[in-house]
Design a binder for this molecule. Sequence first.
Ligand code: SAH
Length: 353
Amino acid sequence: MDKNTLDKTDIKSLSLQELKKEMEVLGEKGFRAAQLYEWMHVKLARSFGEMTNLSKALREKCEERYHYTDLKILQVQQSRLDGTRKYLFELSDGNVVESVWMQYKHGNSVCISSQVGCRMGCRFCASTLDGLERNLLPSEMLDQIYAITAHTGERVSNVVVMGTGEPMDNYDNLLKFLRMLTDENGLHISQRNITVSTCGLVPRMKQLAEEKLQITLALSLHATTDEKRKKLMPIANKYSIDELMEACAYYFDLTGRRITFEYSLVGGVNDTDEDARELIELAKPLCCHINLIPVNPIKERDYVQSEDGRIQAFKNKLEKNKINCTIRREMGRDIDGACGQLRRRHIKEEKQC
Ligand code: SAH
């Protein structure tokens, strides 16, 4: 990245309001902000050069003053089974992130990363093995969706923040991103079609509730007692399951949105009948949906998937107790590798060169 880039304002992370102020400072008419915003967030321009209804002088001024983020596609893997695509992108500073594009009957969904790496340390997750490199900017979260829209030529209707990173550990940028993504002057994706997944940063979950957005909050629960959860997720040392459940109830009270619990089934670790019983007790008082995820084993750890029969039995037990649940369909099974593995493989290969 050009050294000066770091000192420049990241124009794609500015709200329309902020952009209006910028244009005022430049002595430009107010409507220029709307034009610029449309080029960036609707027409998905990749540089100022494309913005043909702006004067050359203004484009040059922008070039000088602002940093224009753009992602370079390093790799696309496409599943032969269901068309799912995994993208590996390079950011302006050379870091890489991955995103996934999935086609469902109800529309196209993109799973984005919120950080370069992660510092949460969940034991089964590949994204956290090298720790956190840095937070993603709002523009860099938007860019993942924009680049995939341009590459596929199809509209994205659903967004899940479930890729690499802990979104609540990058709260301010996440909020800005959510507001811009759902802004009627931008792609205008419905808040109801957005899910943010967290390992459970309680104060941030409450803060998000107070924003009163209509997005879905997904909590990565994965265990039913503090003791068991601590073995899988270091964050459990900081916040108890009681505190998590209280934060979930608070989110539902303030937003009316049903909570999703993610529960990755790990063979012999959290998939017994007793686990199911305890999960039922936790879920019952809440308006929630449980997403059972057969754990995707990573080679750095020796966790294994629960057997198919066990997964089904676990699900049946929940359903018998009127707990709403689904087993997450594994999209792109043939290209997969767990969350964060594409990026990891790329970094390793680079280091070998
Ligand atoms: N940091 C956020 C979002 C990223 S992970 C969170 O913790 O929720 C998205 C989901 O995938 C989380 O539920 C996470 O626990 C789960 N996950 C990560 N690695 C996995 C693996 N190898 N197998 C199954 N689920 C995994």
